[in-house]
Ligand binder design. Structure first.
Ligand code: NAI
Length: 248
């Protein structure tokens, strides 16, 4: 039986990479899926991959814009009759040594990778409360646990997401909302195209599995957290499909 039949999932960052793979998997598991991203063309490409039986909708939104996030979530709830699951996979990554990092570069990354996560969780929670509960799944990174060079803003944002999710898990548990992070290791998506070859070579050498993952290898972790009974006992947790890069 389809694991998400009858559920409505909003996937933010759905236009590419991990978010797109999660949206396609959730659709194939019977969920209605609302695809949200700042890239309209990317959302349409993902829509073509969502071949499940339930409804799919598209929402163009920039997660740094709180009012736009609130409006997009309200539109998704209206269109699908409510929201049960939020996945936030929107993210940016710019490699720059900390001694060359400008405040503008810092703000850009924190704005998308941390504040954007706050916006989506903040404005989805009332819809889930209306529904009697829900699941919030945020894509953090193993770098938020382990650290990494050339990415101080990104590392700080991802550590922030892991902390934020613990706080949300505690505050939202009385509303039957479970909140967890996924902290993948390096995954072959457009996000890491901008990393230097040196960075990637060094990282690959650190991995016990010896290779980067694929978005399709991360998506089942989101399904585990979203579905019942597989996700019922997880809240405030950080799950690590990370090629062994971190062993907490
Ligand atoms: P990706 O670049 O393929 O996808 C990221 C998506 O976020 C894109 O569709 C992009 O349009 C969207 N996005 C960026 N800024 C946005 C904004 N302001 N508003 C709305 N949408 C926005 O990257 P990937 O790899 O799929 O990344 C997904 C998440 O996974 C990110 O949070 C990333 O930090 C995280 N992650 C990725 C890893 C990797 O090695 N690829 C490793 C660990 C975590």
């Amino acid at each position: 039986m389809a694991q998400l039949e009858g559920k409505v999932a909003v996937v933010v960052g759905a236009a590419s990479g991990i978010g797109a793979a999660i949206a396609a998997l959730f659709s194939s598991e019977g969920a209605q899926v609302a695809l949200a991203d700042r890239s309209a063309a990317g959302v349409e490409a993902t829509r073509a991959r969502c071949i499940g039986p339930a409804k799919v909708s598209s929402h163009v939104v920039d997660v740094t814009d709180a009012a736009a996030v609130e409006a997009a979530l309200a539109a998704a709830a209206e269109e699908h009759g409510g929201i049960d699951i939020l996945v936030n996979s929107a993210g940016i990554l710019e490699e720059v040594p900390v001694l060359e990092m400008t405040p503008e570069a810092w703000d850009r990354t924190i704005g998308v990778d941390l504040t954007g996560v706050f916006h989506t969780a903040r404005y989805v929670a009332p819809h889930m409360i209306e529904r009697g509960g829900g699941r919030i799944i945020n894509v953090a990174s193993q770098l938020g646990i382990k650290g990494g060079t050339g990415l101080a803003h990104y590392v700080a944002a991802k550590a922030g997401v892991i902390g934020l999710d613990k706080a949300l898990a505690l505050e939202l548990a009385p509303h039957n909302i479970l909140v967890n992070s996924i902290a993948p290791g390096p995954i072959e998506t457009p996000l890491i195209d901008g990393l230097s070859e040196d960075w990637k070579r060094d990282k690959r050498a650190e991995l016990p599995i010896g290779r980067f993952g694929t978005a399709e290898e991360v998506a089942p972790t989101a399904l585990l957290l979203a579905a019942s009974p597989s996700g019922d006992l997880y809240t405030g947790q950080t799950l690590g499909p990370n090629s062994g890069d971190v062993m907490p």
